[in-house]
Design a protein around this ligand. Sequence first.
Ligand code: DGT
Ligand code: CA
Ligand code: CA
Ligand code: ZN
Length: 575
Amino acid sequence: MPDTKQDVLDMLRDLTELTLLEEGDPQSFRVRAYENASQAIATEATDLGRLSLKDLQKIRGVGKSTSEKIRELLETGRVAKLELLRQKYPRSLVALLRLQGVGPKALRRLQTELGVQSLDDLRRALAEQRLRGLKGFGEKSERKLAEAIARLEQEGALDRTPISVALPHAQRMVAELSQVTGVTHASYCGSLRRFAETVGDIDIVVAGSNPTAVMDAVVALSSVDRVLGRGETKTSIVTQRGIQVDVRVVQAHQLGAALLYFTGSKSHNVKLRQRALKRGWTLNEYALSELEGGKVIASKTEREIYEALGLPFIAPELREDWGEIEAAESGRLPQPYDALSGDFHVHTSLSGDGRASLEQMVKAAIARGYGVLALTDHAEGTVSGVSREALLDQRQQIQALQKELGSTLRLLHGVELNVGPEGQLDYDPEFRQRFDWCVASVHSHFELEREAQTRRLLTAMQDPSVRMLGHLTARMIGGRPPIQLDLSRVFAAAKDRQIAVEVNGALPRLDPGAGALAEALKHDVTFLLTSDAHDTSELPLIDFAARHAFKARIPGSQIANTWSAERLSAFTAGR
Ligand code: DGT
Ligand code: CA
Ligand code: CA
Ligand code: ZN
């Protein structure tokens, strides 16, 4: 059964993005209408396919024109308006919005006045110095754009897809392919399974007895834009968002070998093959087998193959050829984390962008088996921020709730403070000090130069209320680059002042990135994994923080969510 809700959400996201481009104004009525509808539908539990036009309009936040588009999508699989917008604004053009300094208005001007439709076009226009002639552009903006292009190129982000886009796509295709006749297993592999921040393409491996049925299903997937090639056991397509997807079908008894091969990384596989060769075996996507005669040694599961090669199972996140095979051999592989005892960065509907009530968040935290939950709504300095009065009200509610809960779940009344350009924080010192848990996060002034940015954070960290640094570098993968910081000084201060470094599990962020986490490890700081949830459905995002931290090889002993309740509460109290 196709996932209608996800189809609708995808459509609304595309409509929002393209309408923003069309109208050049994030506050436009239409853009806001699509955004509101997305939020409303994201929290709507019912099967959308069953809802009539009238029912749809009854959902708060979904207007007439949006509900008509939803019905159109569900009935015909297409939305005329969206097709039109897609023709007008090709993906290669929309992708340029990722460049810092390129907003919808500027992009439209580049398109209409200079005929820019892609990155190559933009490069040419820059080389020919044609931008400086445009209204609102100058030599300085040419230079800044060239720098922005170079930066994204360096990160390999321009022709790669951020994990926040690729993962939901892949999960959905995997779910659809799992439904095909004869299929016993489907999973995404490649860099996505290794939990890379960006992926070149999506690789999917399916085990099934009816390859033709699987290939038929692949080309019929709702998100397909065009088919690149179709074979008996392999098909490649490009989705409407311009992502290439390679799907392979294998027989059930070959599944382990196929998963191992297509998960990579290439250099991890090379090392495994060398190991096999030393034993007189060969390893390929079908099996680990004897060189002479071809007798199969292992092929059904990855674990069996690793074991035959004298190794424990190596988690996909670790298969990057940093020395994991040697580590596995000598029993020094990073160990998966113990169960997480709680979350230290969540929002309620008190924040302008929160969608679940305090009670709902608490209930969901209990359902996850947490022993502690820090409520951290936005402080007043942002649009979504909360006034003193409302926070004091919330404190009373939390205290009342805590009485009911007893020792089931310990609630911390927290707040997410905004770090101002000079390191100043919201409210006043005395007001801040009354919270159980203050998170300090950068939400503005991303472009300060390194020394100013570093001093800004160090200043904020001087405040005794600050207990955790939220999404330290403020990056958006494939979008906004990390702010420039002397990380070594920031982490030294965090260690010194016992301030936790958050590992933020929101997929667009996964902040700090791998390089910054490696630096943090050198300073022996304490980490906290968080979901930064704005809804109950987002609490599981903490598992992405765990995968991200695990890939960076942060030991569980440095992650405070895995500590005993006593040690953890001493830490959160700043003792
Ligand atoms: P990506 O797509 O650039 O983010 O990175 P990957 O690692 O997903 O690379 P991709 O899609 O080219 O290939 C998927 C996996 O398939 C790769 O990690 C290892 C395996 N593979 C593909 N081609 C080769 C090859 O020529 N030799 C070996 N040993 N493995 C390969
Ligand atoms: Ca790939
Ligand atoms: Ca591939
Ligand atoms: Zn937050």
